[in-house]
Design a binder for this molecule. Structure first.
Ligand SMILES: [Zn+2]
Length: 284
């Protein structure tokens, strides 16, 4: 797959730890795993990392904030990687904290480069120059979305049907209020993929499934999926897992297994049986 220059090249999911790949080239901020994966899904993990690359250290992002969910989506990358293996799916993620720049926000959103998040000031972003804002867009936001777009264009040219899925996590308690949902499915007017996910997850009476809860496209959280799914006319959905469900490898595996089963079962109905022949890799 042709990718914009400066990107990490593909490597098998889970075979190389992300920080190893990143450490080999500290300037690599856009990660592509299993880029040649030929299964029917492409995965995004917009908030995978809480890393602040060297170039952004001087801004003084507070170490205590980088450990919080305002900086990243804990557990999401683990689930996304397991899914990438099981579904033979390309996986895209920016190896940089959303506090530096949020790849899942439109360029005109105030939360693109947040000066406040969940009631906490982010002094590192206060008074940022226009030049610095443009640099972050150019170095992180633009190449991330260009890489996804190149992959989807290439897959279309190759006759590979695609369903786009984004993996996120949310905090169990937000502004002092406990959230009852174990998982939330976010979607817009194209509910094809979301309906299958909601139905599959709700089949377990032990789960509370949020339907565009705790977030919905009105919160601007659907930017990445919407941008690429609309451009390429793809079935799509965003999956938000409550982060205490996926705080360790065991939880991540349970959720990856659960989601892979539902996603694969939904594939023939969404793409047609002929295109739904997938190579389902067992990754243990
Ligand atoms: Zn997120």
């Amino acid at each position: 797959m042709a990718l914009p220059s400066g990107l990490a090249t593909s490597f098998p999911a889970e075979s190389v730890p992300a920080d190893t790949a990143a450490a080999s080239d500290p300037d690599t901020l856009i990660m592509v795993e299993n880029g040649a994966g030929a299964g029917p899904f492409v995965l995004l993990c917009d908030h995978a990392s809480n890393r602040v690359a060297d170039a952004y250290q001087p801004f003084g992002f507070a170490a205590d904030q980088l450990g919080l969910h305002i900086a990243w989506d804990p557990g999401a990358l683990g689930v996304a990687r397991l899914l990438s293996g099981r579904l033979d799916a390309p996986l895209f993620w920016p190896d940089i904290s959303r506090l530096v720049i949020d790849c899942n926000r439109p360029l005109d959103a105030a939360s693109l480069i947040a000066v406040e998040s969940e009631g906490r000031a982010v002094p590192a972003n206060v008074g940022l120059s226009g030049t610095e804002r443009a640099r972050r867009i150019e170095r992180v936001h633009a190449p991330y979305h260009d890489a996804i777009d190149a992959c989807l264009t290439q897959r279309h040219a190759s006759g590979l049907a695609t369903i786009l899925i984004a993996i996120h996590s949310f905090t169990p308690v937000y502004l002092g209020k406990a959230r009852p949902w174990h998982v939330g499915i976010v979607f817009d007017e194209d509910a094809r993929m979301a309906n299958a996910l909601i139905k599959g997850l709700a089949a377990d009476p032990g789960f509370m499934v949020g339907v565009n809860e705790p977030y919905s496209p009105a919160d601007l959280v659907y930017y990445s999926v919407s941008r690429h799914a609309r451009t390429h006319r793809l079935p799509a959905a965003m999956i938000e897992i409550r982060n205490n469900e996926i705080g360790d490898e065991a939880g991540q595996k349970i959720w990856a297994d659960r989601l892979a089963e539902i996603l694969l079962a939904a594939t023939p109905g969404l793409l047609g049986a002929q295109q739904a022949v997938v190579r389902c890799l067992q990754v243990e």
